[in-house]
Ligand binder design. Structure first.
Ligand code: SB7
Ligand code: NI
Length: 185
């Protein structure tokens, strides 16, 4: 099982590199890895398991965060309208996005970053993601709000981009142009 000791922390160069495409169909090993990544996120949200294994709660995980430079992400979270996103994706790609931006009003964090970095992270308000899911199906996801933010955070990891790279250095709480806030709970 994946635990916090498997999570690569900032400063490790893999987090600043572009990850490699996964060959399709994915190998049994790639599928197994992605399943373990989803299980880790679920475990991190389970109070008892998280306490026992000292897991920090997360809603997503990208393969570079476990030291694997492959284009794979896992998510497990509920959107504001209670829609569950729980799957793993190979080669996710943003194929279109809105002009409008959004940002999480509470800012973002990252399992690979052991400190708080304050500021707004500008994200596209709406994105369409094409990917191969864990079941091997080609999917097109139309995402907005919180779901769009989470997928952008994970896809950024595949491109060597950290959330704080997108925070305005001079004015961290500057509201991005053409942006509406996204509030969690
Ligand atoms: C806040 C947190 C996340 C995404 C968007 C907003 C994910 C945190 C866990 N991760 O570090 C996953 O890469
Ligand atoms: Ni992260």
């Amino acid at each position: 099982m994946i635990t916090m000791k498997d999570i690569v922390r900032e400063g490790h160069p893999i987090l600043n590199h572009s990850a490699k495409d996964v060959s399709i169909p994915p190998t049994e090993q790639d599928i197994e890895t992605l399943k373990k990544m989803i299980q880790f996120i679920k475990n991190s949200q389970d109070e008892k398991i998280a306490e026992e294994y000292e897991l920090r709660a997360g809603v997503g995980l990208a393969a570079p965060q476990i030291g694997l430079s492959k284009r794979m992400i896992a998510v497990h979270f509920e959107d504001f309208n209670n829609q569950l996103y729980s799957d793993g994706y190979f080669n996710p790609k943003i194929v279109s996005h809105s002009v409008e931006f959004t940002y999480l009003s509470s800012g973002e964090g990252c399992l690979s970053v052991d400190r708080e970095v304050a500021g707004y992270v500008p994200r596209y308000a709406r994105i369409t993601v094409s990917a191969i899911n864990l079941a091997g199906e080609h999917v097109k996801l139309r995402l907005r709000g919180y779901a769009a933010i989470v997928f952008q955070h994970e896809i950024d990891h595949l491109n060597g981009v950290m959330f704080y790279d997108r925070i305005n250095k001079q004015e961290p709480f500057l509201i991005p142009e053409h942006a509406k806030a996204c509030d969690v709970d």
